[in-house]
Design a protein. Structure first.
Length: 539
């Protein structure tokens, strides 16, 4: 509980530094409304509890089915690394750090659970839900720690900015959602936030060499989690260049940070050096993929597209407006500190906009920096609003409520939705009841993984898209049923100009096959795509 006090001279003891003196007693008369003044530690504790609750809520979604398509890429490789005793993930589309951490977690979970159930150690694949739940919980904890690091980074500007930024990230809809998944994006955000913290602390300590090197270490951890986060090295480098040290020391600090970043990357992804050919091939594959296309995730208007995503789903409109305003306000109010943050935000955003393929999750490493900018504006607005309202509590509630409320609502709505059965699960349940045992099914994208654990033991033909092959090809291989999902077919049908062959094949399938069932996704009560199950016919 906080304590009640009159607004007046006693307020000078509130936090450190004190609240700006622009709110003198003459501005807020003695009979003004009383204000609840919680300590900074209590406020931070409540924000951390909120962040943790939002990220743990619904964490077992979909299990035993794996609904999120990118999770098996990490979890199954991590299980192999542990069970086979192989430190090499043999997969370099992403760096190795997060795979190594998940493999260590699988080892710990298996041996802890093995005390009560030895079968976990002998047959881990039978107990996949246990490992998925543990892996998701690990990501959720990393996401929650990111909120703390953002507070520490913001505190380098002011304690209020730190608390406000932590609140904004705690309820950021996209960060909450991605913190539920066994993917590299939320962990990368933790390390970019850590690089920002050390860079701002180095600036505050007049270019402290230790902080700059630690910023390089954090940038190396970010790069070792996701390649594009290498841009985070700009944070300690610009902090060094803007410090008050002689130029020789500044350049030496830049070199030390760069070497620390490179060394940590090699330590966390050692097979980039020990086995370079597959590593370089993977980088080439990633570059080609982003340049050539990914159905449903393509466009040449990425600068606008990412901004629209933030406004519509990622942060929502009020926070996005504060972010855009904060790009200028942060530099005006905090000068060199604002430039340091901008030195990462602008090049990273430019990198995202330079590719033909776009994925919203690539924004995650940028979110900690964006909420810091948003917090600088919110903090600047609260003071004059408090003067106008003659009530500081009302100013805080109004500004923070309007800024964070919509995003918190969307985050809670998403958490509520994933506690319900997904459309994929309903489709499997329908097929289990209505389709014969051993039926041959063609599934698209990742959906077949759900049908594989049906007790009817269907024979599954996996296709990236049902339109990859012709209708006749499916019939010739004895496939009797096809399962279409709207996430996949809409990507082709909505852009038939670029995918004319796929659009024709989808239309032929929908025309010639007999629709048996259609399970429609519903935003709250049945998340997921619309699942359509067809029976293939000869005529």
């Amino acid at each position: 509980m906080g304590r009640y006090t009159h607004v007046g001279p006693a307020m000078q003891n509130y936090q450190n530094p004190p609240y700006p003196s622009a709110l003198p007693r003459a501005t807020l008369p003695r009979n003004a409304a009383l204000v609840l003044v919680p300590s900074a530690h209590l406020a931070l504790g409540l924000i951390m509890l909120l962040a943790l609750a939002l990220r743990l809520w619904g964490l077992a979604f979909g299990l035993p089915y794996v609904i999120q398509p990118d999770e098996p890429s990490v979890e199954m490789r991590a299980l192999h690394m542990w069970y086979a005793g192989d430190p090499n993930s043999h997969y370099y589309v992403y760096p190795s750090l997060y795979y190594d951490l998940q493999a260590l977690l699988a080892f710990a979970v298996a041996h802890a659970a093995g005390v009560l159930q030895p079968d976990v150690l002998r047959h881990p694949l039978v107990h996949l839900p246990l490992f998925y739940l543990a892996g998701r919980a690990f990501t959720a904890l990393l996401g929650t720690v990111t909120v703390l690091v953002v507070y520490l980074a913001g505190r380098m500007l002011s304690p209020r900015v730190g608390l406000i930024a932590a609140l904004f990230l705690a309820v950021a809809a996209q960060h909450v959602q991605q913190s539920h998944y066994i993917t590299v994006d939320a962990p990368t955000a933790l390390f970019t936030a850590l690089a920002a913290f050390y860079a701002l602390r180095a600036l505050r300590r007049s270019g402290n060499m230790r902080d700059i090197v630690l910023g390089g270490v954090a940038a190396g951890l970010a790069t070792g989690t996701k390649y594009n986060a290498a841009v985070a090295l700009a944070l300690p480098i610009v902090a060094a260049l803007l410090s008050a040290q002689p130029w020789t020391r500044r350049l030496g600090a830049c070199l030390a940070a760069s070497m620390a970043c490179a060394a940590v990357f090699v330590l966390t992804t050692p097979f980039a050096v020990l086995d370079p050919p597959p590593f370089l091939r993977s980088l080439h594959v990633v570059a080609q993929h982003y340049a050539q296309g990914h159905p449903g995730a393509e466009g040449n208007d990425n600068a606008l597209w990412y901004l629209q995503y933030l406004a519509q789903e990622g942060l929502l409109v009020p926070l996005t407006v504060l972010v855009v305003a904060g790009l200028a306000v942060g530099v005006v109010r905090y000068r060199r500190a604002g430039l340091v943050l901008l030195a990462f935000a602008l090049p990273y955003y430019a990198l995202l906009c330079s590719t033909f393929v776009r994925f919203d999750r690539n924004l995650l490493p940028l979110l900690p920096i964006l909420v810091l900018f948003a917090a600088t504006v919110a903090d600047a607005v609260i003071l004059p609003l408090a003067v106008a309202l003659r009530n500081r509590s009302a100013a805080y509630v109004l500004v923070l409520g309007m800024a964070a409320g919509p995003s918190a609502y969307v985050a809670m709505r998403s958490d509520y939705a994933i506690t319900h059965r997904f459309s994929e699960e309903v489709a499997v349940a329908w097929a289990t009841v209505h389709l014969p045992r051993g039926a041959r099914l063609a599934t698209e994208n990742w959906e077949g993984s759900s049908f594989e654990i049906s007790p009817r033991h269907f024979r599954i033909t996996h296709l990236s898209t049902l339109a990859r092959q012709s209708y006749g090809w499916l019939l010739a291989r004895g496939i009797g049923y096809a399962v279409a999902d709207s996430y996949t077919d809409d990507a082709y049908l909505s852009d038939s100009r670029h995918y004319p062959l796929e659009a024709v094949r989808y239309r032929e399938l929908f025309h010639r096959a007999r629709l048996l069932a259609r399970i429609t996704g519903q935003p709250l009560l049945r998340p997921g795509p619309t699942m359509s199950i067809y029976e293939l016919r000869q005529r």
